[in-house]
Design a binder for this molecule. Structure first.
Ligand code: ATP
Length: 271
């Protein structure tokens, strides 16, 4: 019997993986399996940049927002749960599309546990790439947008001034929470407005710097994983989309990213 097929959409944070996964799902009749280790947790929609209901356009998403904030969830847990989700999508004759930036999870899914996944599923890999300088500028602006959309309220809701700060487990590891700690503590202690404003600026700068660092780490990992396992990856360059806005950006996205990706997946599905 022919193996079921699975598409992976990889890339650093901010490149448009989630959007491409939805575009492909709409085109091919697919469902998305999230592989971002922070978006697996419930809540923190703004801080973790989860796709909104509107952006999902009715495409079912699996492993998105399904864990409580303190739950431990290892790469092996991800392998088990993602395999289950992929199986259920494929069983219904729909295309499973695994999308997200957590490359250690993707590596464990595809190559872990004796390569069981590989034996059962045929995989193709898309990599949405954006020149780093452009991406750094974009993610910095995105952080400002996140602050405007409620980043501070989300952090405040999880902040407990009486507890010892532990940002090493569960969703508290998300970039955006540890960086807000000093500001939220100052707020809880009724610090003056000037001190709070300064701490807020420092927190936002730190979130931007840590997000930029994350993009670099993710790119290194994608290169390493694809190289060491010899995955055949199709790279699509979305850089030029970021120089445009509005309808022009949408048109560039269709032409430069969606078009080549659809061709690549169509060829994979016909094989
Ligand atoms: P690592 O082994 O370093 O955790 P990884 O490939 O498993 O890497 P990444 O997705 O690169 O996972 O996440 C690394 C770290 O980046 C997370 O532990 C978290 O601090 C932060 N991070 C990742 N995704 C998000 C997100 N959506 N929102 C906020 N922070 C995130």
């Amino acid at each position: 019997m022919a193996k079921a097929k699975v598409v992976f959409v990889m890339g650093a944070t901010g490149t448009g993986k989630s959007r491409l996964a939805i575009d492909l799902a709409l085109h091919f009749g697919g469902e998305v399996v999230n592989s971002d280790k922070m978006q697996i947790y419930d809540g923190l929609h703004v801080i973790t940049n989860k796709v909104t209901d509107e952006e999902r356009q009715g495409v079912p998403h699996h492993l998105l927002g399904c864990l409580p904030p303190d739950a431990d969830f290892t790469a092996a847990d991800f392998r088990a749960e993602a395999t289950r989700a992929v199986e259920s999508v494929a069983r219904r004759d729909r295309l499973p599309i695994v999308a997200g930036g957590s490359n250690s999870f993707i590596e464990e899914l595809v190559e872990g546990a004796g390569r069981e996944f590989r034996r059962r599923f045929e995989c193709c890999f898309l990599w949405v790439d954006v020149h780093l300088q452009v991406l750094h500028r974009f993610v910095a602006e995105r952080v400002d947008g996140m602050v405007a959309r409620g980043l501070v309220d989300e952090a405040r809701a999880l902040f407990d001034p009486d507890a010892v700060a532990d940002y090493s487990r569960g969703v508290r590891r998300a970039i955006g929470l540890p960086e807000m700690d000093r500001f939220l503590r100052a707020e809880a202690e009724d610090a003056g407005e000037a001190a709070k404003a300064e701490l807020m600026k420092a927190a936002v700068d730190e979130i931007k710097a840590n997000t930029s660092k994350l993009t670099c780490c993710q790119l290194q990992k994608i290169n390493r994983v694809c190289g060491s396992f010899g995955w055949h990856v199709r790279k699509v360059d979305a850089t030029d989309v970021f120089a445009k806005s509005g309808a022009e950006a949408d048109a560039a996205w269709e032409e430069l990213v969606v078009g080549p990706s659809v061709d690549f997946v169509a060829e994979f599905l016909q094989r």
